[in-house]
Ligand binder design. Structure first.
Ligand code: HEC
Length: 206
C-alpha cells in the first residue's frame, strides 16, 4: 500500500467516525425532546428507594442482628449501633435535599412517632388517607409555589413484617398502637420540580 492510499483511507475513516458521532449526538438531542410523565419518574424513584430500604433491612440489619454482630436501634449514634431502615431513608432524603436538585422524599404517617413525620399540608393529609384505604393507589398531583411547579406523589408504606408492628405499637411516642401485619403504616412522599410552563404566545390578529 503506498502513502497516498494510506492518507485516503485515514481521511475516509475519520469522515465515517466523526459522521457516526454526529449521528449519535443528533439522536441524543431528539431523545431529549421526549416528554416524560412525572408519574413515571416518581414511580422510578419510588422503586429505587423501596429496593434500597428492603435490601438494607434484610441483608444488613437482619443479617448482622441474627449473627449477633450489631443491632439496629433508634438511638444508634449513642449506642454505636445501626440506624433503623426508616432512619436510613429519612437521612438519605435529607442528603438528597441538600444536593439542591429539588428532589425531596421522606417517610410520613397520619400516626407518626415524631410529629415532623406527620402530613405537612392538606394535600399530604388527603394522600396519606387515600393510600391508607387503598395501598395499591398512588396519590399524586401538581403543586404551585410562586412561579414554581412541583409534582408530588404518595405511596403506601405497609407493615411487611412483625417487627414494624411490634416496634411502632410499643413505641412510647407512637400515634397508633393497634397496627397489624399488612396494615398501611404511612407513606413515602416524593416531590420534584417541574419545568416552568411555557406561556402561550398571543395569537397574531387577522
Ligand atoms: C425498632 C423500631 C422500628 C421498626 C422495627 C420499624 N420502625 Fe418505623 N419508625 C421507627 C422510628 C423510631 C421512626 C421515626 C424515625 C425518625 O423520624 O427519625 C419510624 C418512622 C416510621 C415512619 C414515618 C412516620 C413515623 O412514625 O414517624 C413510617 C411510615 C414507618 N416508620 C414505617 C415502618 C415500617 C413499614 C416498618 C417495617 C418495614 C417499620 N417502620 C419498622 C421505628 C421503627
Amino acid at each position: 500500500m503506498n502513502t497516498k492510499h494510506v492518507i485516503v483511507r485515514s481521511v475516509l475513516s475519520a469522515v465515517i467516525f466523526f459522521g457516526c458521532i454526529g449521528i449519535a449526538f443528533a439522536a441524543d438531542e431528539e431523545e431529549l425532546e421526549v416528554d416524560f410523565s412525572p408519574q413515571v419518574v416518581a414511580d422510578y424513584i419510588h422503586a429505587v428507594i423501596s429496593a434500597d430500604r428492603a435490601i438494607y433491612a434484610t441483608h444488613v440489619v437482619d443479617r448482622l442482628q441474627e449473627e449477633r454482630v450489631v443491632v439496629a436501634t433508634e438511638s444508634w449514634k449513642q449506642r454505636k449501633a445501626l440506624p433503623l431502615p426508616a432512619q436510613m431513608l429519612l437521612m438519605a432524603g435529607r442528603v438528597v435535599e441538600m444536593g439542591g436538585s429539588g428532589l425531596r422524599y421522606r417517610l410520613a404517617s397520619l400516626w407518626p412517632i415524631f410529629e415532623e413525620n406527620g402530613p405537612s399540608n392538606v394535600f399530604e393529609e388527603a394522600g396519606l388517607k387515600v393510600v391508607a384505604e387503598d395501598p395499591d393507589d398512588v396519590y399524586s398531583g401538581i403543586m404551585t409555589r410562586g412561579d414554581k411547579r412541583f409534582f408530588k406523589a404518595i405511596y403506601a408504606d405497609r407493615a411487611v413484617s412483625k417487627a414494624c408492628v411490634n416496634c411502632h405499637n410499643g413505641h412510647i411516642l407512637s400515634g397508633k398502637r393497634d397496627f397489624k401485619l399488612g396494615d398501611v403504616m404511612g407513606g413515602i412522599i416524593i416531590s420534584f420540580p417541574l419545568p416552568i410552563e411555557k406561556k402561550e404566545s398571543p395569537e397574531s390578529p387577522g
